[in-house]
Design a protein around this ligand. Structure first.
Ligand SMILES: Nc1ncnc2c1ncn2[C@@H]1O[C@H](COP(=O)(O)OP(=O)(O)OP(=O)(O)O)[C@@H](O)[C@H]1O
Ligand SMILES: [Mg+2]
Length: 371
């Protein structure tokens, strides 16, 4: 499955003109004292989209989410929600609701009252409150838990109460700041499914913040990868994973071997790159020149033990059983390490630590980065 040279997706969004824009962020900057937290952020999120902001700690995810929710005022730039400029409108005046990074249920209120709180403050009629609270609890599958106190709930149940509390206001846009951060892996995976189901049922816009690439991949329609206050790539999970446009994205999303080298042969979109005396076959998405300095990206799972366009030889330095796969770290003669994830079913013939091994990959599974 050789990749033909495709025109790179621009960092800007590809709009399906049929879908209205839910949140539009235009040239937003935010500087705290002297710290620039957001630098010229521009993105359009479609109505009904599950959109994730993904990036390392401190890259500006929370600041951007808080700016959309009205908890932070951008230093400059404009934010529109449902087509309306929300500059100067406080959080409670926006069609948004936010689930904060630090989960805060009222410990002295039971589940029902936690969910009802916002509606009571708005002095909604009793029957309306009751209907909406019950509806929200049903959505997060917590019927029957109305009279439990937060201390009597599991971590996942508490998260679902927080979700119900945000949903009860029927926001057009739900802003979620790492809502699953405190949960163990099993619960997180369960909540991924719940969240996706909820979002599909409700059809409203979810803007989800996470630093976990697996979480972003599995749930999102599109992802904006952020680093240092800027969006470094925006696209579908597949775009981001299969077509990283920078070293940063290649390394941040998925497990990746990177080989720096020079182009020594070009045959259409297929090139050969020389890196530390090794020849590597790769596919290039953009035209390159002979002698050009490039980086070859090979995901761990794209390396195998069978035949391939490129064969790398070395000794097994380490092997780890990961369940479905076995991770093999191979040391090349110069000392450089190459890592492969081999399907456990294919790993029976894998040599022991210290023994020679050959790892292979095809040109269609390795990609040239020019940046
Ligand atoms: N109120 C504030 N005053 C000063 N600096 C701030 C403030 N809030 C955030 N920052 C700084 O802005 C930058 C972005 O912070 P932000 O909280 O948006 O990051 P984040 O991507 O959400 O990180 P994390 O994954 O750790 O939650 C950081 O350098 C942070 O120190
Ligand atoms: Mg944050």
């Amino acid at each position: 499955m050789a990749n033909p040279p495709t025109k790179e997706m621009p960092a800007a969004i590809q709009l399906d003109t049929a879908t209205p824009i839910s949140v539009s962020v235009r040239n937003v900057y935010k500087t705290f004292d002297t710290t620039p937290a957001l630098k010229d952020i521009a993105l359009d999120i479609r109505r009904g989209e599950f959109f994730s902001l993904l990036g390392p700690s401190g890259c500006g995810k929370t600041t951007l989410l808080r700016s959309i929710g009205g908890f932070e005022t951008p230093t400059s730039g404009t934010i529109l929600i449902d087509g309306k400029d929300v500059g100067g409108i406080p959080p409670y005046g926006r069609p948004t609701n936010m689930i904060f990074q630090q989960l805060a249920l009222f410990p002295h209120l039971d589940v029902y009252e936690n969910v009802a709180f916002g509606l009571r403050v708005q002095k909604k009629p009793k029957e309306q409150i009751d209907g909406r609270v019950k509806g929200a609890l049903a959505l997060v599958r917590l019927e029957g838990y109305e009279r439990r106190m937060p201390s009597q709930l599991s971590g996942g149940q508490r998260q679902r109460v927080a979700m119900a509390r945000a949903l009860v206001n029927e926001p057009s846009v739900l802003l979620l700041d790492e809502p699953l951060g405190s949960l163990d892996l099993q619960l997180r995976l369960q909540m991924h499914e719940e969240l996706r189901r909820l979002q599909r049922t409700l059809g409203n816009t979810f803007v989800f913040v996470t630093h976990d690439q697996g979480e972003a991949m599995s749930m999102s329609d599109r992802i904006a990868v952020m680093n240092g206050g800027v969006i470094v790539q925006l696209g579908t999970p597949e775009d981001i994973y299969e077509r990283p446009q920078s070293r940063f994205v290649a390394q941040f999303v998925g497990h990746t071997n990177l080989f720096d080298g020079k182009v020594i042969r070009i045959e259409g979109s297929r090139v050969t790159v020389e890196s530390d005396g090794i020849s590597l076959a790769a596919t290039t998405p953009t035209p390159v020149e002979l002698g050009q300095a490039v980086t070859v990206v090979v995901r761990y799972e794209r390396l195998g033990l069978g035949a391939g366009d490129t064969t790398l030889r070395g000794n097994v330095a380490e092997r780890m059983f990961l369940g479905g796969t076995v991770r093999v770290v191979m040391a090349l003669s110069g000392g450089r390490l190459v890592t492969a994830d081999i399907a456990s079913t294919a790993a029976t013939g894998l040599p022991a630590i210290g023994e020679p091994v050959a790892l292979t990959f095809n040109a269609s599974d390795s990609r040239v980065l020019v940046a």
